[in-house]
Design a protein around this ligand. Structure first.
Ligand code: DAH
Length: 336
């Protein structure tokens, strides 16, 4: 084939290829054209093969022409491919009809843990009586957790079997009563404080857990008496159990930080009683320890177990599921 003939056939091949690319209406058609135009059997590849054996002069002329045509076709091809792909994408979006027969995927909703719910409920009842929430530390100085609360060094609550010691002077608080000391030191009376939180004891079986929740209450003011304590607890318990005829009894007890001390039991229909909280008048040495004059101010305090009250309210008999993080169990106690 002469140089002229080769050039002519190259031109006509380019022309027909250009027309075919412009007429293509789908990416599939374009893919077929890619083989025909740039593939191993295409006229472009044939021309390149002929060139290999041609004279240097001819190779130069035809080579340049060949590259020019090839580049033009490649540009046209990739631009057309991009346009057709965009078009196909938009058409597929428009045609994408939702399948209304598919069952909906409703995300499973979480639930508030019964312990949290009880804390919120109790906090709200006491908030209505004018109590303020106070947060105390879980890692506590043993002087605050014990000594300042009149718990002497030989008291069994301080033994290694009952307490998690972090070092000689620091413990994981064994009760929320540490907040009594902290509020009395930080704030001036009158005080009306409620302090929920986690407490830790080296204890574990079906009814005891090494970590559980308590709520501490503290009222300090002038002329506060035991009757205020009884009225407050009676009001709280009947609101919490939603029973204005709730029967309960106050039994003398002993806590180093209150004097006198008592425990409150609620009555069941079968005549049995169950202890729900400890309470008492704040001991004068605890008041003195925090700089409050016991001749001017008196007060009462109480401490209750959150899991215990939740179990009573929701008829739960085992303490362990409280700490299992089982979503089904948690959801089943929603809205106690
Ligand atoms: N701190 C006590 C306990 O963990 C509970 C308690 C009893 C708290 C009497 C008080 C109280 O504030 O007055 O067993």
């Amino acid at each position: 084939m002469s140089t002229e003939q080769l050039l002519l056939s190259l031109k006509s091949f380019t022309k027909t290829s250009e027309i075919s690319i412009r007429q293509a209406s789908s990416t599939r058609e374009l893919e077929e054209l890619r083989h025909q135009i740039f593939g191993k059997q295409s006229a472009l590849t044939d021309a390149a093969k002929v060139l290999k054996n041609a004279d240097t002069e001819i190779r130069k002329i035809i080579g340049q022409e060949l590259n020019k045509h090839k580049r033009m076709l490649e540009d046209l091809f990739s631009q057309t491919l991009r346009e057709i792909r965009d078009q196909e994408f938009h058409t597929s979006l428009l045609n994408d009809q939702p399948d209304i027969s598919l069952s909906p995927q409703i995300p499973s909703l979480g639930a508030i843990h019964p312990t949290t719910e009880t804390i919120q409920r109790i906090s709200s009842i006491f908030a209505h009586m004018g109590f303020q929430l106070f947060d105390g530390p879980e890692v506590e100085k043993s002087i605050i957790n014990f000594d300042a609360l009149n718990i002497p060094p030989f008291h069994p609550a301080r033994s290694m079997q009952d307490t998690f010691y972090l070092n000689e002077n620091t413990v994981l608080r064994t009760h929320t009563s540490n907040t009594q000391i902290r509020t009395m030191r930080e704030k001036k009376p009158p005080l009306k404080i409620l302090s929920p939180g986690r407490v830790f004891r080296s204890d574990s079986d079906a009814t005891h857990a090494p970590m559980f929740h308590q709520i501490e209450g503290l009222v300090i003011d002038k002329r506060i008496s035991f009757s205020h304590l009884i009225w407050t607890l009676k009001t709280f318990l009947s609101l919490f159990f939603n029973n204005s005829a709730l029967r309960f009894r106050i039994r003398p007890s002993y806590f180093p930080f209150t004097q006198p001390s008592a425990e409150v039991d609620i009555a069941f229909e079968d005549g049995s009683f169950l202890e729900v909280l400890g309470c008492g008048m704040v001991h004068r040495s605890v008041l003195q320890e925090t700089g409050i004059d016991p001749h001017l101010y008196q007060g009462f305090a109480f401490g209750l177990g959150v899991e215990r009250l939740t179990m009573l309210k929701a008829n739960i008999t085992d303490l362990r599921p409280f700490f299992d993080a089982n979503q089904n169990w948690i959801s089943s106690f929603n809205q106690l």
